[in-house]
Ligand binder design. Structure first.
Ligand code: AMP
Ligand code: ZN
Length: 463
């Protein structure tokens, strides 16, 4: 498979460290709010990559973090912790906030047929690993203490900027007015923050009570589950200049070699040709789509029509057009469902599948692959072979092509209060508070819903 590596700015043949196995880390959500369609586009990209690797015969070991502490309102370590801010605004504990938004996140990705990586760790469950990472960097002379935390020293490290190809002078020239005058370089970033007394989430550390910086979470959890070197790291392009540059710096400093061989980045989703932002009210969610009659898988189909390295522009007109096209696709596949076998289609189908996989293996050229499926469906033939080929292709596409058109079900819209109860139950189970978790389950059952627990998390199903 060819993959585009942001480190080298070119497509490269994927060569894995372990034979027939891909170890991959994907930056996950900060669970202080609902995931918006831009975030979800990045996870659709991750899912396509995982499906392609799996169809190619690789065993997958994937990790996606759940950030439930330490991501400040600015990615460059300024402002308030997002979890802390949401907890105060909603008068809940950060853990309650995290449990609630994590459970909604899992439902949203499931609705988009995104299967989560094998390991989905919470940052707050890995504080000792993070402290050890930071302490080692400090002992090695790559980190220093200020009044408010422990910072990574990019000048001592000396190789900062390999991903965004910025040198230190450019970083300096481009830096904003510095608010922390104890930092040795404006791009030095917090590995650990000291916590004021009133801070809700804090842990003991060699530097007093505090909490981890956001960047260290990914490096520490990636190392724990995937080892000192692993194959692929994914995320959105916004993470190239700060978050991933910082991950590379701290891991390379600690290990003496890079941790990741291939860095892959998904382009942004724009809305009405502009940035998505809360202040513009255009950070749409899966629930917003459903409220306007858009099926979650329509959104997946919409994403699949653009290459992951190109921007997509979301407009309501565009997504409605996508829904029409997606329904036509489902109908075209269904037309072959109960068709007779047609030997003369065999060659056509084999060629279509081979071309399809060639496009997929060319740095995930899924728009081209979709075009190949459409051409097959428009070949003028109808046969069981065509249906079987479309379903085989769906192992990559994830569009439920075998199911035909399933209308958006009203009952999918689970009442908010039940989702909150489900999140509280998840939290209660985590704390082994079985009495509370049982009584929450009873309340949910009494409202007519069953809880489905799986490795991916818990979901509600109407009875
Ligand atoms: P966050 O929860 O902010 O850490 O973001 C989660 C993921 O969504 C990251 O991989 C981001 O790079 C990605 N992301 C954020 N905004 C967008 C967007 N507008 N389009 C595509 N991906 C995005
Ligand atoms: Zn990350």
């Amino acid at each position: 498979m060819l993959v585009y590596n942001t480190l080298t700015n070119k497509k490269e043949e994927l060569k894995t460290i372990h034979p027939n196995e891909v170890r991959m880390y994907s930056c996950g959500p900060t669970v202080y709010s609902y995931a918006h369609i831009g975030n979800l586009r990045t996870y659709v990209f991750m899912d396509l990559l995982r499906r392609a690797l799996s169809v190619d015969g690789y065993k997958l070991l994937g990790v996606m973090n759940i950030t439930d502490v330490g991501h400040l309102t600015s990615d460059a370590d300024e402002g308030e912790d997002k979890m802390e801010k949401a907890a105060k605004a909603q008068q809940k504990s950060p853990l309650e906030i995290a449990a609630y938004y994590t459970s909604i996140f899992k439902q949203d990705v499931a609705a988009l047929n995104i299967s989560l990586p094998e390991i989905v760790p919470n940052a707050t469950d890995h504080i000792p690993e993070m402290i050890e990472f930071v302490k080692t960097l400090e002992d090695m002379g790559f980190a220093y203490e200020t009044d408010d935390g422990i910072y990574f020293d990019i000048v001592a490290y000396g190789k900062y900027g390999v991903l965004s190809k910025l040198d230190l002078d450019e970083q300096l020239a481009g830096a904003r007015v510095e608010v922390n005058d104890q930092k040795r370089h404006p791009a030095d970033f917090a590995l650990w923050k000291k916590a004021p007394k009133e801070h809700l989430q804090q842990w003991e550390s060699p530097w007093g009570m505090g909490y981890p910086g956001w960047h260290i979470e990914c490096s520490a959890m990636g190392r724990k589950y995937l080892g000192d070197t692993f194959d692929i790291h994914t995320g959105g392009v916004d993470h190239i200049p700060v978050h991933h540059e910082n991950e590379i710096a701290q891991s390379t400093a600690l290990l003496g070699h890079p941790a990741v061989n291939y860095w892959m980045h998904g382009e942004f989703m724009m809305v009405d040709n502009g940035k998505m932002s809360k202040s513009l009210g255009n950070t749409y969610t899966v629930a917003d789509l459903k409220a306007k009659g858009i099926m979650p898988l329509t959104f997946r189909y919409f994403c699949l029509n653009a290459h992951y390295r190109n921007k997509i522009n979301f407009t309501w007109d565009a997504i409605k057009a996508s829904q029409k096209a997606y329904i036509r696709l489902l109908e075209a596949v269904s037309a072959n469902k109960n068709a007779e076998s047609d030997e003369t289609c065999k060659e056509l189908c084999e060629k279509a599948y081979a071309d399809f996989m060639q496009a997929v293996n060319d740095d995930l050229n899924v728009p081209k692959a979709l075009g190949i499926l459409w051409n097959l469906l428009r070949s003028g033939k109808t046969s069981k072979e065509i249906f079987d080929t479309a379903v085989k292709m769906d192992a990559i596409l994830g569009l439920d092509l075998a199911n035909g058109v399933v209308p958006l079900e009203e009952e999918n819209d689970i009442p908010q209060e039940l989702l909150e109860k489900l999140a509280l139950r998840t939290q209660a189970r985590k704390e082994k508070n079985w009495a509370l978790s049982d009584s929450l389950r009873d309340e949910i059952n009494a409202a007519g819903y069953d809880i489905k627990d799986s490795a991916e998390g818990s979901t509600l199903v109407k009875r």
